[in-house]
Design a protein around this ligand. Structure first.
Ligand SMILES: Nc1ncnc2c1ncn2[C@@H]1O[C@H](COP(=O)(O)OP(=O)(O)OP(=O)(O)O)[C@@H](O)[C@H]1O
Ligand SMILES: [Mg+2]
Length: 355
């Protein structure tokens, strides 16, 4: 599938890359909005004097510090000097999709001694050396995966410290953290340690014009475009699925909506009959069915609401269940997609009919 548009976002990313590193960037947005695809296109477009280290934590089973370092680093059978030489002399841009190359003899420091200070010192040293030859960029995709890992305190805070050091203090390396977890972005946003040291970039679903252009470029007719937009909005993932299901587009749209509505109905049924609880800052709270229904009712007529109008437990429950997406920067909250919005409305009207 050819990459479509995102010119505004790419322009901003390329401009950031041109300047010296100053802040950590958090790239966030709803599920399947195209964050990873955008970063991959960005990497493709970077000029050859860049060295890009891309680490994707998606789908990796990360329970502890060791799992994390095994993904962050790629152990190599040569010394640091050789590794740096290799990066320096690559005439095209250096691109590592398998983590940061590190000499095998450092396994001991990294995995056995497990002193994060030593590991982070190595990283500063590594990027200092790379920066003598190329402009380093570090991209951490799905960073929220490690948000609960503890090693003498939360690993993520130590990592943030390092990232602040690499950007704001040493101006050594561009850092982009990608995530679709809006609660994680909220905690980052409220984190005193990061205040004034990071910036945000929202990658939302395509807007209407971009969606129309995308579907037109695949020869969709007006009527088909309206049908797809009305069901899926501009979520790239669903647009692609609509292309695949063109022969029975109406059937596909209805099937997707039925599936999503039945998932949401099932979640609400379990909550009503069995109850549920969530843990917030180490304390357990009961999720109240009535509150969840009230929160969903906000979307009966509106597409977006204010996050502050939903109580904290309900908000977290609906976000953790991938039904709502929150933008902590502007304080808005909305369904993860147009399909979720329609499914919510359908479920609510079923519930109202039952009474
Ligand atoms: N601009 C685009 N042009 C063409 N296809 C795209 C574009 N953006 C995303 N896609 C496609 O949509 C699908 C979802 O995109 P992607 O995986 O990048 O989303 P994401 O926001 O990273 O999702 P997640 O929240 O799960 O991490 C992929 O198949 C991707 O190739
Ligand atoms: Mg992704």
């Amino acid at each position: 599938m050819e990459f479509h548009n995102r010119e505004k976002e790419l322009k901003r990313l390329m401009r950031i890359a041109e300047f010296e590193p100053n802040t950590i960037y958090f790239v966030f947005g709803p599920i399947n909005s195209g964050k990873t695809a955008l970063m991959q296109e960005f990497m493709r477009r970077l000029p050859e004097d860049f060295a890009v280290f891309y680490v994707n934590l998606r789908g990796k089973f990360i329970r502890d510090y060791e799992d994390f370092t095994r993904i962050l680093f790629k152990f190599e059978d040569r010394g640091l000097e050789e590794i740096i030489k290799g990066i320096a002399k690559s005439s095209a841009k250096f691109l590592s999709m398998r983590g940061i190359p590190i000499p095998e003899n450092l396994i001991d420091v990294v995995l056995v001694k497990r002193r994060t200070e030593d590991v982070f010192e190595f990283l500063v040293d590594f990027f200092t050396n790379v920066a003598k030859h190329k402009r380093p960029i570090l991209i951490l995709d799905e960073l929220q995966v490690i948000k609960d890992i503890e090693i003498d305190g939360k690993l993520i805070y130590k990592l943030f410290n390092l990232l602040v050091h690499l950007t704001k203090e040493l101006h050594l390396c561009h850092v982009f953290c990608i995530t679709s977890d809006s609660l994680f972005v909220e905690s980052v946003y409220e984190e005193a340690m990061l205040q004034g040291r990071c910036d945000y970039m929202l990658v939302d679903d395509f807007d209407y014009d971009t969606t129309v252009k995308f579907l037109k470029s695949h020869d969709f007719e007006e009527e088909e475009i309206e049908l797809v937009w009305n069901h899926f909005g501009g979520k790239p993932m669903y647009l692609i699925r609509a292309l695949e299901n063109r022969d029975d587009l109406r059937g596909f749209c209805e099937r997707m909506l039925r599936i999503r509505a039945s998932e949401i109905r099932g979640m609400l049924k379990r909550l009503r009959e069995l109850g549920d609880s969530i843990v917030v800052f180490g304390k357990e709270y009961e999720v109240r069915y009535e509150n969840v229904i009230d929160a969903l009712r906000m979307f009966k007529d509106a597409e977006v609401a204010r996050a502050e109008d939903v109580d904290e437990v309900t908000k977290r429950y609906l976000i953790e269940n991938n039904i709502l997406f929150m933008n902590p920067i502007d304080g808005s909250i909305k369904p993860q997609s147009r399909l979720d919005l329609l499914a919510i409305r359908r479920v609510l009207s079923d519930i109202e009919r039952e009474y």
